[in-house]
Write a protein that binds this ligand. Structure first.
Ligand code: HPA
Length: 270
């Protein structure tokens, strides 16, 4: 696997002279930000050696090298979800390649169902912590030399980046909430009993991504900031049927605010 990571990183280095230290996983809600990137190189996942290929609707599957403001950025347009059938090594492979390429800071976004009764649809939640509910751990197996066998997880979401986000939100008058993201395998949305359980065990929102990527990024020493768009509510009395389309619609509505916040975060984080 290390050989594959190095082969992929070398292929990328041979195809672009850009060496960004900032990466973005353009999950749900960050399409608008993607449009603002001055694209210098765009590699479809299918062209990159050893890369899995994204299949889910709403994610196009390209690795973008470009500029956002005066910062060089690497952006993943489309991520690999466990529910698509990839194993954890595949889901987190791009993060390992990012590390090999010299990435130091990672921004991730997703859509989630709010289980905290104080949350509303359209809220932006800064992820302060997570609960890993995936059935397979991304660090299972022989330990990678990028980090310890038993990694500390006391601050997986970088406190300085979180504070920077709070400052920017306050300056710009962007309303936000903060909370714990529960990562589950999907692809089913939750039953009312499951939503209730996730709230009771300490979650504020539940979704089907992010946790594996964050664990691996943290293990390699990459600083992480995560943001989640609350697209539906798993709160007793407010639960209605959810569809992927509705999730997209709710996420699209807050795209301009997300883009504004993330643009500024990327500009000010070193
Ligand atoms: N549950 C799981 N994943 C999700 C949800 C949800 O309610 N909303 C968006 N992604």
């Amino acid at each position: 696997m290390l050989a594959q990571i190095q082969e992929t990183a070398q292929w990328i280095k041979d195809h672009t002279s850009l060496r960004p230290t900032t990466a973005i996983v353009l999950g749900t809600g960050l399409g608008r930000l993607a449009e603002e990137i001055e694209v210098i190189e765009k590699f479809p996942y299918a062209d990159i050696p050893n890369f899995p290929v994204s299949t889910v609707e709403g994610h196009s599957g390209c690795l973008i090298f470009g500029r956002l403001g005066d910062k060089e950025v690497l952006a993943m347009q489309g991520r690999f979800h466990y529910y698509e059938g990839y194993d954890m090594k595949q889901v987190t492979f791009p993060i390992r390649v990012m590390h090999e390429l010299g990435v130091k800071t990672l921004f991730v976004s997703n859509a989630s169902g709010g289980v905290n009764p104080d949350f509303a649809i359209g809220d932006l939640m800064f992820i302060t912590d997570h609960i890993n509910f995936f059935p397979e751990h991304p660090l299972r197996g022989k330990n990678f030399p990028t980090g310890p066998r038993f990694p500390d997880m006391s601050a997986a979401y970088n406190p300085e980046l979180l504070q920077l986000a709070r400052n920017i939100a306050q300056e710009k008058g962007i309303r936000h909430v903060e909370g714990v993201y529960v990562g589950t395998q999907g692809p089913t949305f939750e039953t009312p009993a499951e939503y209730r359980m996730y709230y009771r065990i300490g979650g504020d929102a539940v979704g089907m991504s992010t946790v594996p990527e964050v664990i691996v990024a943290h293990h390699t020493g990459i600083r992480v900031f995560g943001i989640s768009i609350i697209t539906d509510l798993g709160v007793e009395g407010k639960i209605v049927a959810v569809s992927h389309e509705e999730v997209q619609v709710a996420a699209n509505a807050v795209q301009p605010i997300m883009a504004d916040l993330m643009r500024e975060m990327i500009k000010r984080s070193c």
